[in-house]
Design a protein around this ligand. Structure first.
Ligand code: GLU
Length: 307
């Protein structure tokens, strides 16, 4: 029998958004984050990112949990639901406001479009800072923003190498609480990673450009900085990320073992062909014995299945 791995202080997580069923891309992130944690004797937590109420699809969260279980995932402790954490996000926002790091903003989309000089990294418009010095007379707040500065935010990604971003130039003062009354993903993820003691984040490279915002926010809130690893994301032949928008198929539970084997291949591992016909437990046993983080090739995206 294998002797148990030494306990470590590694704490990782998988944080799906219940906007649809799990697809191959989410399986890759779940599997890599879990195997990386377990191979280092660490904890692996599950967080349901249902903070963006308008985007939640009824039944999707439960379907995700069932699908993960059918694929043999076992997480530590109860699932953390972001919808139960609104008071914590409010407290973080109030802290930032009290310290003069965040401010209310009255601008409509139209006003931002009229005053903005260039696009932001995410394809939106760079906020021109109109309400930084205070709300114009007679206007009420629509959103709350975090004030950024022009110091570069840099970090060393375990897969993608050195990353660096100038938040003032590339992103602008970003939204913490949205005009539609929802806390922004950036705030929720940072507050929850700190709350759950997450010190290792393994997730898709579609979030690589968000990471500097999260690092800056952690610093503003006085939180520790986790280590990050951004996995290449599976794309179709046109280079589009597999997602609901690109009609990525939901994972078939009946093919769980084969799905896991395919995800291992995507992650640069070399499972033997016959493993696709093994049981889910056998695939996990192989994966835990042979997991090699270093085999994951850098790059933001990879066409899957390969031509
Ligand atoms: N909930 C996000 C998503 O499904 C992931 C957040 C994260 O891993 O930080 O894209």
């Amino acid at each position: 029998m294998n002797s148990p791995l030494p306990a470590s202080n590694y704490r990782g997580r998988f944080a799906p958004s219940p906007t649809g069923p799990l697809h191959f891309g989410s399986l890759v992130a779940a599997l890599a984050s879990c195997l990386d944690a377990r191979s280092q004797g660490g904890a692996w937590l599950l967080r349901m990112e249902d903070v963006d109420a308008p985007r939640n699809v009824p039944g999707a969260a439960e379907a995700i949990l069932t699908c993960l279980e059918a694929h043999g995932f076992a997480w530590d402790g109860p699932v953390l639901w972001q919808s139960t954490r609104l008071e914590a996000y409010q407290a973080a926002l109030e802290q930032l406001l009290a310290e003069g790091k965040a401010y209310p903003c009255a601008c409509s989309r139209k006003e931002i479009a009229a005053a903005s000089s260039r696009p932001a990294l995410d394809g939106g418009l760079l906020y021109p800072g109109s309400c930084r010095a205070g709300l114009p007379p007679g206007r009420s707040p629509r959103a709350w923003r975090l004030q950024v500065d022009s110091e570069r935010v840099s970090f060393e990604d375990r897969i993608q190498g050195r990353q660096s971003q100038d938040l003032a130039r590339d992103v602008g003062d970003f939204v913490l609480f949205r005009a539609d009354g929802q806390f922004a993903y950036q705030l929720a993820v940072v507050v929850d990673d700190a709350f759950q003691g997450i010190n290792q984040v393994v997730r898709g490279a579609d979030l690589l450009d968000s990471t500097p915002r999260q690092l800056f926010l952690q610093q503003q809130l006085g939180y520790p900085r986790p280590v990050y690893a951004h996995l290449p994301v599976a794309t179709n032949g046109a280079g589009e990320k597999l997602s609901k928008q690109t009609r990525a198929p939901a994972l078939e539970v009946a093919r769980a073992a084969a799905n896991l084997v395919e995800a291992l291949r995507f992650l640069g591992q070399a499972p033997p062909d016959e493993l696709a016909r093994a049981t889910v437990a056998e695939v996990w046993a192989w994966a835990r014995r042979h997991w090699q983080f270093a085999a994951i090739a850098p790059g933001r995206g990879r066409v899957w299945p390969p031509a």
